[in-house]
Design a protein. Structure first.
Lengths: 326, 329
């Protein structure tokens, strides 16, 4: 069936609400308004205000309440409109969600799921368009996933809810309107493994989330040039699936990491460091990174485009690992 | 109080009455044009219109001196214009052009202007309040008789930053004017569904801050309250809170389908349109003739047309300058 990324998530939320009475959705404008990105549109009418719970503009309080409810046996799905706003709840996520399991010596788990939009591409400027998932991936105690396909948008939520620990789901905002085919019986998928989205032999393009589409475009362009690029979709940003990454790089002997986060201290930096630690002698070329420019996201389209990874930059980086110029 | 010289209202002369009307019209026409330009793809990103709420910014701004500071939200075109940022530079910013007041980097939600001490343009709900407290702290520490006017919505009142800021401002007796624009909605959430106490003045009073509600659809009432209260704040009595009771006529943003309110509710507010009622008051009191009003409308239309031309003729910042202004040096 034809479905959008947005509808795939909505289907997953609906299924979770139907399957498990402990599940509820909470966040700003998820009910009457229908969700800032319209993910939850229609769910209020189906499930009522107890389970589709509109909150005031109090990110710290409602994210913290999700953590508390999870502690006491519920399975909350907390929606934060945009990653930039999640910073108001950072204390709850980092100081509580990520630590309580450990601080309590394993007595308490926090099966909360926190979903949020991330990323640039819609000219929303410097307080609505950053990619901070790499920051969250720094934190032990959190699981971080980034669905980049319809299957993952549909399937990651249930698995995340079944996980006994906090899972943060990052939905790139340009993906919501992505449309494609999804099997009628599509259901839960794992949240542990990276996936090879395109096979290749010359260079590994390692990416996730909103950059997957651009990276596949780049791979297509490279193919036209006789370069066979393999595309690895990380899917889960913490913990990283190193076996899949390593087996791809061991095969191609070259790696380009594409990450919409800023280069300094990025997830791309972490992957690069691990490749150097674990596969140094397998590499035939220096690792390349295509990341966002070190600037808050600017409003005008030409500058926003220039600030974040684009297919042309990925192609150029890949060619460079093969010693080709221009 | 001086006698009702022009018959509009106490303290309002004919000339000032026309100024207030012109300022509200400038905002209305500017934003109507913005909505058009958004449909045409000239303005992108998020666009939040202030239409219906013009009396608040125009009235409150009358109480400020040039050396005072303003902190606003993402719904700030009205505040920017009323504060004196030119329609040209504001429109260029809406386009993202280099000639915009934020050099095009900010867009609709991030209007900044050093000349008028306009400190944004903040798209994080509640994010401006702590900054306003700091601006006022600096004034107090340097013994300057300045005021910081901080605009925010009813939605912001639910944020921790609101409560932390009010407490701090009272504790340190800082010259902040907390100007709450209560338009009854935060996106699609009506105030009753977000606040356990819908009397927002009570919240301020619980921090021992003087607080007053004002009819935000009445520009004269907005100005009078702002002037009176600003003088006390300027005089060193500490911060104060004004709740402007107003209403947004348009959708929250250009993406909002308005599923959460009936059109009839919006229609019920329309007779209270601050421009409509004030125009009627000016006419009824013999302070504005049809000719005068027509001339006023023409002047405003010309100003907006010129602003669009200015923005159209503006330039795109070169991509080579992408990393500019992340640091000062
Ligand atoms: C911290 C934060 N949370 C959520 C949002 C998304 N958002 C933008 S405006 C808005 C409503 C704010 O309502 P209010 O403060 O009443 O101002 P109004 O839009 O009515 O002028 C919301 C929820 C945001 N920008 N920042
Ligand atoms: Mg409001």
């Amino acid at each position: 069936m034809t479905i959008t990324y947005r509808e795939a998530i909505r289907t997953a939320v609906r299924e979770a609400l139907t399957r498990d009475s402990r599940v509820f959705l909470m966040g700003e404008d998820v009910g009457r308004y229908g969700g800032a990105y319209a993910v939850s549109k229609g769910l209020l009418a189906e499930f009522g205000p107890e389970r589709i719970r509109d909150t005031p503009l109090s990110e710290s309080a409602f994210v913290g309440a999700g953590i508390g409810a999870a502690l006491a046996g519920m399975r909350p799905i907390v929606e934060v409109m945009t990653v930039n706003f999640s910073l108001l709840a950072l204390d709850q996520i980092v100081n509580n969600a990520a630590t309580i399991r450990h601080m309590s010596g394993g007595q308490f788990s926090i099966p909360v799921v926190i979903r949020m939009a991330t990323g640039a591409g819609r000219q929303l400027a410097a307080q609505h368009a950053h990619s901070l998932e790499g920051w969250y991936a720094h934190i032990p105690g959190l699981r971080i996933v980034a669905p980049a396909t319809l299957e993952d948008a549909r399937g990651m939520l249930w698995t995340a809810l079944e996980d006994p620990d906090p899972v943060l789901i990052f939905e790139h905002q340009v993906l919501y309107n992505m449309e494609g085919q999804l099997a009628e019986h599509a259901g839960a998928v794992d949240i542990d493994r990276a996936a090879v989205r395109r096979d290749g032999t010359d260079v590994s393009l390692i990416t996730y989330g909103g950059s997957l589409g651009k990276t596949l475009q780049a791979a297509e362009a490279l193919a036209g040039d006789g370069i066979s690029a393999e595309v690895v979709d990380l899917r889960t940003l913490r913990p990283l699936d190193m076996p899949v990454i390593l087996s791809s790089v061991t095969k191609t002997r070259r790696a380009v990491i594409v990450d919409e986060g800023w280069k300094s201290g990025s997830l791309a930096a972490e992957i690069s460091a691990r490749l150097v630690e674990q596969a140094f002698y397998e590499l035939d070329a220096p690792i390349a990174r295509v990341c966002s420019a070190e600037v808050p996201i600017p409003y005008p389209k030409h500058l926003e485009d220039a600030a974040v990874p684009q297919p042309a930059g990925i192609v150029a980086a890949a060619r460079q690992t093969l010693g080709r110029r221009g | 109080m001086t006698p009702d010289a022009a018959g509009i209202s106490p303290n309002v002369t004919r000339e000032h009455g026309l100024t207030l009307l012109r300022e509200m019209l400038r905002i209305r026409r500017f934003e109507e044009k913005c909505a058009e330009l958004y449909s045409a793809g000239k303005i992108r990103g998020f666009l939040h219109l202030y239409i219906g709420e013009e009396a608040v910014a125009v009235g409150a701004m009358q109480a400020l001196a040039p050396e005072d500071a303003v902190v606003a939200t993402y719904r700030e075109h009205g505040h920017a214009l009323a504060r004196g940022i030119s329609a040209d530079r504001l429109m260029a910013e809406m386009y993202g052009k280099h000639e915009g007041c934020s050099r095009g980097r900010g867009g609709s939600m991030h209007v900044f202007d050093a000349d008028t001490r306009f400190y944004g343009g903040n798209a994080i709900v509640g994010g401006g309040l702590p900054v306003a407290v700091g601006l006022a702290l600096a004034d107090r520490m340097q013994n300057r008789r300045r005021v910081t006017a901080c605009f925010f919505g009813d939605g912001a009142v639910a944020e921790g930053e609101f409560h932390e800021s009010l407490n701090l401002a009272v504790l340190w007796k800082l010259p902040v004017l907390f100007l709450c624009e209560n338009n009854l909605y935060a996106m699609g959430t009506r105030i009753e569904r977000a606040q356990s106490q819908v009397d927002l003045c009570e919240k301020a009073r619980s921090y021992r801050m003087p607080a007053e509600p004002v009819d935000g659809m009445d520009v004269v009432a907005c100005e009078a309250a702002a002037r009176r209260i600003a003088e006390r704040v300027r005089g060193g009595e500490g911060p104060a809170f004004i709740e402007f009771q107003t209403y947004r006529f348009r959708a929250h943003s250009m993406f909002d389908a308005e599923l959460y309110r009936d059109k009839s509710e919006v229609d019920a507010w329309k007779p209270r349109d601050p421009i409509l009622t004030f125009t009627t008051a000016l006419e009824a009191s013999g302070n504005a003739t049809d000719d005068q009003l027509a001339a006023l409308n023409r002047t405003v239309a010309d100003e907006i047309a010129t602003a669009v031309q200015f923005a159209e003729a503006g330039t795109w910042e070169p991509v080579e300058d992408l990393l500019k202004d992340v640091y000062t040096r």
